[in-house]
Design a protein around this ligand. Structure first.
Ligand code: NAD
Length: 357
């Protein structure tokens, strides 16, 4: 397979973790005989300093021409406040590059021997957690109109169409099909008209996925179940606001931002966008201690969701698990008795596993 990947390392640790993800993609290409070409482009402060814009037109063009976009991180808390909010790197880059991508996928995986790093008691996660939240990203309360202040009142609008629910439900079912074939649709159908429509459409779409087990959960119960017994979930599909909150809650289960990948995907008419969920982490930038696993797992998502390379993606995820089982740890996930490694040593260890097969 021959593919072009736009690579936007960005600021701070963005470059460090992106370099490890690219090493891993190269190892996959070598082992399976694929050809991945990388087009590097400037974004964030790195771009402002060179071109005056956080997202230069050249970068946008590079991304449009690519089969997928791999993004590191942008931003510098010392410099960001010198710009008006709408011109800061994070909103400029992310809002533009993710525009039209209506599904945000955020997995949360806890390896059993990392259970004591979780914000939960180890016994709640000791048998491991491997869940995926599929969040609708372009509709609902954040975008509905009217949205305005009316004197001493204010209004926001939650609105969903059948089409919007149908397409995100399909992303949920397809993702569940590639996993353990269980989909939990999260709504508030006892109260909200949007949720009643949501549930109706999800049930309709489920008829095309008889191999996927579907259940429904109210969002308040889901928030509770995520901290009570997160191991019960496989794939969760939900609307924008609920997904925003639940995916942040789920990220705390894992223990370090350095472990959490993400993907934003659409209908295939534009390249999907892959990034670790963490920011540029200026407090540790340049020290060689950032955890590259979030970026490496984002690369695995790119292989799975943009290129359909499931075997290769599994190999990357398994290599990460295996390296962790052998006791390698970056500083953020260090535990007593384990071996502390640098960003590049962690990347090299994952590459070695992939090469050995
Ligand atoms: P952050 O995610 O950069 O860092 C929060 C904490 O987590 C820091 O202590 C950091 O050292 C640690 N951390 C993050 N990633 C890590 C990794 N891979 N390995 C080890 N430790 C890691 O969030 P912040 O400090 O709030 O933001 C810093 C800058 O990043 C800001 O300018 C913000 O706007 C930007 N930001 C960008 C994105 C993005 O590009 N998608 C996302 C969030 C924040």
């Amino acid at each position: 397979m021959e593919k072009n990947i736009a690579v936007l390392p960005g600021d701070g640790i963005g470059g460090e973790v992106t370099a490890e993800a690219v090493k891993v993609l190269d190892a996959v290409a070598d082992r399976w005989g694929h050809a991945f070409a990388y087009q590097y482009a400037l974004v964030g402060w790195a771009a402002i300093d060179n071109t005056g814009s956080a997202l230069p037109e050249e970068t946008v063009e590079t991304c449009k021409a690519a089969d997928a976009i791999f993004f590191g991180a942008v931003g510098d808390p010392k410099r960001d406040p010198t710009l008006p909010p709408a011109e800061r790197p994070e909103p400029v880059a992310l809002l533009t590059l993710r525009k039209g991508l209506y599904a945000n996928l955020r997995p949360a995986v806890i390896e059993p021997d990392l259970a004591d790093l979780s914000a939960l008691r180890p016994e709640a996660v000791s048998s491991g957690v491997d869940l995926l939240i599929v969040r609708e990203l372009t509709g609902g309360l954040y975008y509905g109109r009217p949205k305005e202040r009316r004197g001493d009142a204010a209004v926001d609008t939650m609105a969903y169409s059948v089409e919007e629910v149908d397409r995100i439900a399909r992303v949920g079912f397809e993702a569940a099909r590639k996993r353990r074939k269980k989909l939990t649709s999260v709504d508030k159908a006892n109260i909200l008209a949007c949720s009643q429509l949501w549930r109706e459409v999800v049930v309709e779409v489920s008829k095309e996925y008889p191999d996927v087990e579907l259940d429904h959960m109210y969002v308040d119960n889901c928030a509770m179940q995520l901290v009570r017994n997160p191991g019960q979930f496989d794939t969760i599909v939900t609307e924008n606001t609920f997904g925003d909150i639940l995916s942040d809650e789920a990220s705390m289960l894992v223990g370090s931002l350095g472990m959490l990948p993400s993907a934003s995907i659409g209908d295939g008419s534009q390249p999907a966008f892959y990034e670790p969920i963490h920011g540029s982490a200026p407090d540790i930038a340049g020290l060689g201690i950032a955890n590259p696993i979030a970026a490496i797992r984002s690369a695995a998502m790119l292989l799975r969701y943009s290129f359909g390379l499931n075997e290769e993606a599994d190999a990357v995820d398994n290599a990460v698990s295996s390296v962790l089982r052998e006791g390698l740890r970056t500083a953020d996930i260090m535990q007593s008795g384990k071996r502390r490694v640098s960003t590049s040593e962690m990347g090299d260890a994952v590459v070695e596993k992939i090469r050995k097969g």
